[in-house]
Design a protein around this ligand. Structure first.
Ligand code: UDX
Ligand code: ADP
Length: 458
């Protein structure tokens, strides 16, 4: 079969894999290849056991793989044979040198740009998918255009806004697709090529275009605004606990103001995930770089409140359980940073588990999809920790349950049976406010939600 367009994606991660599977599904006339330096990842994408869990992804990959979607480790060939190249490699926060703990580590990204330059035998469109600091495209252009051999590269910014757990739905019905380009003839032509790909399934009015720097910045700002809402409501949850107000009632009341809106107002143990913290720190670094200390300080506090919320959760547990956790069994329900994913990157559960172990608690971790990642996150951490997939078995003999991820299955458990199997007095700390607190209390639990008065038997 001959294909109309040939598309490559470098980086087969949480973004690259699902995004390319959707493009392949919606554009049967395009051939889509995904390459990665990690051979195990590629082998997993080619197997029945995909490297990431995402509802609907198995089916999407099953219908497209080896039809017009291919996974490979041959990066050189991929670059040579494809005209449109998405770059979706990881850009973690730098852990060393200048900007450590703040700036993005661009080593993988720069290596990729150099590989594109080395292996290209014809002109290409190069699309930034990874989240990058503003002006990265400029650096990419500088690397890519430094030879005078008639081969040209147009760099576009096309940030991904999908959320894990709903990636397939978000990709199929995105709120918007953003494409940033240079305002030159070839930049605008490249932009149109990408618009045409998305127009195969996304309504035209949802495909928006902008200058390249606005596009890069919009990704950081979008995540900063979402995270800011969570830190705002979490800050208010602390005040609710002091004043006997109920944060869910406050969220409902303010969210009905159409100017505020109801989404992302759930108080919790704090936000996790690979994007929010990294992108805000990136924004903070950028502001400091440009001498905007007040602006940097403003956004930095979104991350500080998030850290505070996690520590507050531990302190509330300590306070409720007579100021000692040593030797007590604490069962964690959920380790993923949110429901419907096995991803644990920046999950508040990592911090909470570590803190509990520091307090010498005996921790039992339960999660339907994230136990493999949890083991690796806690490898080398001292203390007594067990991993038990079944949440009922995990809670047996424990003094407390801390619910950390809002998995639906936790609604449907037999709480009477769980209560009877636990050490007394038994506690539930609902870090997501999803359980029926009154019912748990009536069974005999001491219940501690976030941002609401506790229900105690003493
Ligand atoms: C986020 C953005 O939503 C997405 O657009 C971007 O492309 C990547 O980053 P993701 O990290 O997958 O997506 O998850 P998201 O649904 O945004 O949740 C992030 C964190 O916030 C989770 O830990 C979640 O549990 C928490 N959260 C979310 C709350 O604590 N309260 C809320 O009301 C909403
Ligand atoms: P994201 O959540 O942004 O998709 P991931 O960490 O899940 O991030 O995925 C990034 C992928 O990029 C990883 O599978 C990693 O192996 C891959 N990668 C990093 N550097 C390169 C490179 N130079 N060439 C190809 N793949 C790369």
């Amino acid at each position: 079969m001959t294909f109309g367009k040939t598309i490559l994606c470098i980086g087969a991660g949480y973004v690259g894999g699902p995004t390319m599977a959707m493009i392949a599904a919606k554009c049967p006339h395009c051939r889509v290849t995904v390459v990665d330096i990690n051979p195990e990842r590629i082998a997993a994408w080619n197997s029945d056991d995909l490297p990431i869990y995402e509802p609907g992804l198995d089916e999407l990959v099953r219908t497209t793989r080896n039809r017009n979607l291919f996974f490979s480790t041959d990066i050189e060939r991929g670059i040579r044979e494809n005209d449109i190249i998405f770059v979706s490699v990881n850009t973690p926060t730098k852990s060393f040198g200048l900007g450590a703990g703040m700036a993005a580590d661009l080593q993988y990204w720069e290596k990729t740009a150099r590989q594109i330059l080395e292996f290209s035998k014809s002109s290409k469109i190069v699309i930034e998918k990874s989240t990058l600091p503003v002006k990265t495209a400029l650096a990419m252009e500088r690397i890519l255009n430094c030879r005078d051999n008639g081969i040209c590269f147009d760099v576009l910014s096309n940030p991904e806004f999908l959320a894990e757990g709903t990636a397939v739905r978000d990709l199929e019905h995105p709120d918007r697709i953003l494409i940033g380009s240079r305002d030159t003839d070839s930049g605008l032509k490249a932009r149109q090529t990408l618009v045409d790909i998305y127009a195969n399934w996304v309504p035209r009015q949802r495909i928006i275009t902008s200058g390249i720097w606005s596009s890069e910045l919009s990704k950081l700002v979008s995540n900063a605004f979402l995270a800011q809402r969570i830190s705002s409501i979490n800050a208010i949850s602390a005040l609710c606990e002091k004043t006997e107000a109920d944060v869910t009632e406050v969220s409902r009341a303010i969210g009905m103001d159409t100017r505020i809106g109801p989404k992302f107002l759930n108080a919790s143990i704090g936000f996790g995930g690979s994007c929010f913290k990294k992108d805000i720190l990136n924004l903070v670094y950028l502001c400091r770089y440009y001498g905007l200390e007040e602006v940097a300080h403003y956004w930095e506090n979104v991350v500080k409140i998030n850290d505070y919320q996690q520590e507050r959760f531990i302190r509330n547990m300590m306070g409720a359980m007579f100021n000692t956790l040593a030797g007590k069994g604490i069962c964690l329900w959920g380790f993923a940073f949110k429901a419907n994913t096995g991803d644990t990157r920046e999950s508040p559960a990592i911090f909470i588990a570590r803190r509990l172990l520091e307090e010498r608690a005996e921790v039992v971790i339960s999660d339907p999809k994230a136990l493999k990642n949890a083991r690796s996150d806690l490898s080398g951490v001292e203390g007594r920790v067990r991993y038990v997939e079944d949440p009922v078995a995990a809670a047996e003999g424990c003094h407390a349950i801390a619910l950390l991820t809002e998995w639906h299955l936790y609604h449907e458990l037999d709480f009477q049976k769980i209560f009877e199997s636990m050490a007394q007095p038994a506690f539930i700390f609902d870090g997501r406010n999803i359980l029926d607190h009154k019912r748990c209390f009536d069974i005999g639990f001491n219940v501690y939600p976030v941002g609401k008065p506790p229900l105690r038997h003493f």
